[in-house]
Design a protein around this ligand. Structure first.
Ligand SMILES: Cc1ncc(COP(=O)(O)O)c(C=O)c1O
Length: 387
């Protein structure tokens, strides 16, 4: 089968030769029946793990009715999901798409349209070095890492990169054309780099003072991942636009953008769109995810389980970074994260990597403390091979 993959699939992923067949809770099983504890969750996607009874049932029931209908018509679960997202964030309006890149692409367009429709000539964006915002041409330009841009020139104009946690580096880049600043509260792909509290408030004040839109990319951090519904809610700030994807559908592709009402209303009929965006399949799934994540104690449990995971990693001698169940550790210089990841797979543990020497843990949010302990025990055994 892997030979067929080589022949027929574009070689843009370094895929490992494991074929997973089924999943249950936080466990995956490959074709040979080998069991794996998944502490990656499809890269922060499978919020409720595998075969969650409510999610599976909702999808099956919906499949018997309508999977897709166009946005020419009203879609009830889309409206319900928008209401939940809005009421639990900035009381804004929501646009649905299919991925994180599309959500950020939408946010770029929305911010430009917002100023354009007011006759204000603002179109530039500032983002941060080591950020990750997607792979479309505009979002890879927004991404502050040259490796994602190389070979795709010329890039769209109007994007600049500041240093995370350095307010002066932001101030230096602001002009009277700056429309928005994009930030991840914890940089995911860049290596699990949390933003400093002081910097968040400085940035927030600066955007208020200069009339710049604060756009928070919650594609990886959103929907409970950090122990709050949205990561920005660890602080007393109000973003203008929030972008979402990954965990929102629990494995069903969906992206979303929440914009404050005056900003959202600059999109008029025909301004923007997506064939699949917010269809029945995606929004019925998202509704289950949101209802589960917003159940009493769920977010608090995520926070506690995150603290527990960090404690166990400290016991292994690491200095863990991150928030909630989005945790990273740096490996000693001579150990490559990809090697640890591969050895872990042999022992039945799935961990992620971020950069050359960081491991990333983004397990399903339903993981128990016992399962976290089991995963870290496996990791301990794996690391002994590198000593
Ligand atoms: C913070 C952030 N933004 C955007 C994206 C892009 O999302 P997608 O791969 O769904 O386009 C990612 C994906 O890793 C991400 O982590």
């Amino acid at each position: 089968m892997e030979l067929l993959a080589e022949e027929y699939l574009m070689p843009n992923y370094a895929r490992l030769n494991i074929f997973f067949e089924k999943g249950e809770g936080v466990y995956l099983y490959d074709k040979d029946g080998k069991k794996y504890l998944d502490m990656l969750a499809g890269i922060a996607v499978n919020t409720l793990g595998y075969n969650h009874p409510r999610l599976t049932n909702a999808i099956c029931e919906q499949a018997k009715k309508i999977l897709h209908i166009s946005n020419l018509f009203q879609i009830e679960p889309q409206i319900e999901v928008a209401k939940i997202l809005s009421e639990n964030s900035i009381n804004g309006k929501v646009f649905f798409c299919n991925s994180g890149a599309e959500a950020n692409e939408t946010a770029i367009k929305l911010a430009r349209k917002y100023f354009y429709s007011r006759g204000i000539d603002k179109y530039e964006f500032i983002s941060f070095k080591n950020s990750f915002h997607g792979r479309t041409l505009a979002t890879l330009t927004l991404t502050g890492q040259v490796k994602y841009q190389e070979g795709f020139y010329p890039l769209p104009a109007g994007f600049k990169y500041a240093e995370l946690n350095d307010i002066n580096s932001v101030k230096r880049l602001i002009t009277n054309k700056t429309a928005g600043i994009f930030i991840e509260i914890v940089q995911g792909e860049g290596g699990i780099n949390p933003v400093d509290e002081k910097f968040v408030y400085e940035l927030y004040e600066l955007t208020r003072e200069k009339e710049i839109l604060l756009i928070i990319d919650e594609v990886q951090t959103g929907i409970g991942r950090t122990g709050k519904f949205f990561a920005y809610q660890h602080f007393n700030i109000q973003p203008d636009i929030i972008t979402l994807a990954k965990g929102l559908g629990g494995g069903v592709p969906i992206g979303a953008v929440i914009g404050k009402k005056d900003i959202a209303n600059t999109f008029t009929s025909g301004s923007h769109g997506s064939t699949f965006g917010g269809n029945y399949l995606a929004t019925v799934s998202a509704k289950v995810i949101l209802e589960e994540v917003l159940k009493e104690n769920f977010l608090n449990d995520v926070k506690e389980k995150g603290i527990f995971l960090k404690e166990l990693l400290k016991d292994l001698g690491f200095n863990p970074r991150g928030l909630g169940l989005m945790v990273g550790v740096s490996l000693p210089n001579d150990i490559q994260s990809v090697d640890v990841m591969k050895e872990s797979l042999k022992e039945g543990l799935i961990v992620g990597i971020a950069g050359n020497n960081s491991l990333r843990f983004t397990p399903p949010l339903i993981i128990s403390k016992e399962e976290i302990k089991e995963g870290i025990e496996i990791l301990k055994k794996v690391l002994q091979k590198f000593n």
